[in-house]
Ligand binder design. Structure first.
Ligand code: PLP
Length: 429
């Protein structure tokens, strides 16, 4: 039965491989880092994913971050259905996009203006172009293991799929682009300071995930983000917080707003699109107003502010603001992390469990894990074995040791218990 069940996914993946590079539309989905055939999913409901093989999984990947309300939340589904009945795209302004833009500007401290785009990549790519146009400078600084989408300047020492696939930096990036991208370790303010002394006047932007989520979960050490803010302000460098993961993930706003730190530009994605393709770039009015049509920095999009995506985003934010599920999600995150750490101690396994709110990553290695080098020292093979055993037990995790797991409002305490029960065997080697 088990073989027959997985045969369907395997057969589909075989077909996919003949017509799609690697059989997937985004590299990490291919399971290369964890082995085995990717499971092909047909349906999601609440905390569950259902595969084409007829198996049920408790989903801790959450479509890589957007699904804080779980799969097919009734409010979101109804909003999208209503919007679809009125037409899928107009290529004009709409009332709902204005409402969403107002909502984002109300909820996020540093957001005076916002532009809706289609993906986190677009938001980050535009942030860099805008920072360059605004400052008249060319260089940018990013952090090793940070991921800001797949635009050229970000694919040097990047996290997420590149890190998972063992690609230090993507091929196809002109040397000139590489020369303008400086990379330094995350959580090391002294290293940033040194680079600032040397390149401060040439730097257009510093772009950072305020909570790193693409080398596994690595929260910022105390004072790191504040120091970035101070250094960039002193040097006239645009500070970009990439909150594509953290926006509305840890509270009903951005991580920056929660911490009282105001970057110049903010990139959003994932949750603000409620599982539809939408993202946003926003921030200081004097910088944002350099965007066309007001200014000379060009950016555009046929489907930007798409009414279905806006409906999904607005309804997701509506539920989040109306119900404030964040303390409850955080309690589940804490409970899971505590139980997993206890399990590791009981079984004599060296494991760190990074956790913040509903975000967590099990690292098979010794701590502390403060940057990419620390994350890379952990045992990737061991994660792959853990992943496969968890999958077998019906727990769906990100198929990579360098990603973040997510808990949604749909996860129950029983789901957390089921995770721990499965982990009892899965953490054993
Ligand atoms: C922090 C961060 N920024 C940007 C992106 C790119 O977003 P997208 O995949 O929507 O292009 C991602 C994607 O995972 C991300 O995690």
């Amino acid at each position: 039965m088990e073989n027959k069940i997985s045969d369907t996914s395997a057969r589909l993946h075989g077909r996919a491989c003949r017509v799609m590079p690697g059989g997937v539309n985004s590299p990490v989905r291919a399971f290369n880092a964890v082995g085995g055939e990717p499971v092909v999913m047909t349906r999601g409901q609440g905390s569950r994913l259902y595969s084409v093989d007829g198996r049920e999984y408790i989903d801790f990947c959450g479509s890589w971050g957007p699904l804080i309300l779980g799969h097919a939340h009734p409010t979101v589904t109804a909003a999208v259905q209503r919007a679809a009945a009125d037409g899928t795209s107009f290529g004009t302004s709409t009332p709902s996009e204005v409402e969403l833009a107002e909502r984002l500007c109300d909820l996020i401290a540093a957001m005076e203006r916002v532009r809706l785009v289609n993906s986190g990549t677009e938001a980050c790519m535009t942030a860099v172009r805008l920072a360059r146009g605004f400052t008249g400078r060319a260089k940018i600084l990013k952090f090793a293991g940070g991921y800001h989408g797949h635009a050229d300047p970000f694919l040097i020492d990047a996290g997420s799929g590149l890190l998972t696939g063992g690609i230090a930096s993507s091929a196809g990036i002109p040397d000139a682009v590489g020369a303008d991208t400086l990379v330094t370790p995350y959580n090391d303010p002294d290293a940033v300071n040194t680079l600032m002394q040397r390149y401060g006047t040439e730097l257009a932007a510093v772009i950072v995930e305020p909570v790193a989520g693409n080398m596994g979960l690595v929260p910022p050490v105390a004072g790191f983000l504040e120091e970035l803010r101070r250094l960039t302000r002193d040097a006239g460098v645009v500070l970009v917080f990439d909150e594509v993961i953290t926006g509305f993930r840890l509270g009903p706003t951005t991580f920056g707003t929660l911490q009282g730190i105001e970057p110049d530009l903010i990139c959003l994605g994932k949750i603000i699109g409620g599982g539809m393709p939408m993202a946003a770039l926003g921030g200081r009015a004097d910088i944002m107003d350099r965007l066309a049509p007001l200014g000379d920095v060009y950016q555009a999009g046929t489907l930007s502010g798409n009414p279905l995506a806006v409906a999904a985003g607005l309804s997701t934010l509506g539920v989040l603001i109306g119900t404030n599920p964040y303390p409850a999600i955080a309690r589940k995150g804490e409970r899971l992390a505590k139980r997993l750490r206890a399990l590791a101690v009981e079984q004599g396994i060296t494991m760190q469990v990074a956790q913040l709110g509903g975000m967590f990553t099990p690292f098979f290695g010794s701590g502390p894990i403060r940057n990419l080098d620390d994350a890379k020292r952990c045992d990737k093979e061991r994660y792959a074995r853990f992943f496969r055993k968890m999958l077998q037990a019906g727990i769906y995790l990100p198929p990579s040791p360098f990603e973040t797991c997510f808990i949604s409002t749909a996860h129950t305490n029983d789901d957390i218990e089921k995770f721990i029960d499965a982990a009892k065997t899965a953490v054993r080697d």
